[in-house]
Ligand binder design. Structure first.
Ligand code: IDP
Ligand code: MG
Length: 139
C-alpha cells in the first residue's frame, strides 16, 4: 500500500451519539479522500484480533467489550502524509489531553470510548485496511 493511505474506524460511542456525519465532515475538510467505507459490528473474535497487539494490557478486556458494544464505521483514507496527519487530526488517546479542535477532543467520551481510531504507521495502516477491506489495493 502507498504511504498516502491510512485506516480509520468511527468507534461505537461516536456512532451511538450520532456523530458519524460530523466526523466525516471534519475528515473531508482536513483534505482526506474516502477511498472505501463500510459500517459493521465487530464480533469479540474480530475485535480481539484487531487489537491483538494490546492483549497483555490491563484494559484489553474493556477495549474488546467496548468495541463490540455497537456498530462502527471503517474506512480507508487518502492524503499526502496520511498516517501522521490523521493522528494529528484525531488527537491524543485520552480526550482530556487532546488538543482543542481535534476529533477526540470534540467527540470522545473517555480514554476507552475515544470516538475514533487512526493507524499509527504505514505498515499498520496496510494491515488494518486489509482486515476490513480484503485486497484494499483494488480501491
Ligand atoms: P491509540 O488509539 O491512540 O493509538 P492505543 O494506546 O493504541 O491508543 O490504544 C488503543 C485503544 O485502546 C485506544 O484508542 C482506547 O480506545 C483504548 N485504550 C487505551 N488506553 C486505555 C486505557 O488506559 N483504558 C481504557 N482503554 C484504553
Ligand atoms: Mg494505537
Amino acid at each position: 500500500m502507498a504511504t498516502n493511505r491510512t485506516f480509520t474506524m468511527i468507534k461505537p460511542d461516536a456512532v451511538q451519539n450520532g456523530h458519524i456525519g460530523a466526523i466525516l465532515a471534519k475528515i473531508n475538510e482536513a483534505g482526506f479522500r474516502i477511498v472505501a467505507m463500510r459500517m459493521t459490528r465487530l464480533s469479540k473474535e474480530s475485535a480481539g484480533a484487531f487489537y491483538a497487539i494490546h492483549k497483555e494490557r490491563p484494559f484489553f478486556g474493556e477495549l474488546v467489550e467496548y468495541m463490540t458494544s455497537g456498530p462502527i464505521v471503517a474506512a480507508i483514507l487518502e492524503k499526502d502524509n496520511a498516517v501522521e496527519d490523521f493522528r494529528k487530526l484525531i488527537g491524543a488517546t485520552d480526550p482530556a489531553k487532546a488538543e482543542e479542535g481535534t476529533i477526540r477532543k470534540i467527540f470522545a467520551t473517555s480514554i476507552a470510548a475515544n470516538a475514533i481510531h487512526g493507524s499509527d504507521s504505514d505498515e499498520n495502516a496496510a494491515i488494518e485496511g486489509n482486515f476490513f477491506f480484503a485486497d484494499m489495493d483494488k480501491y
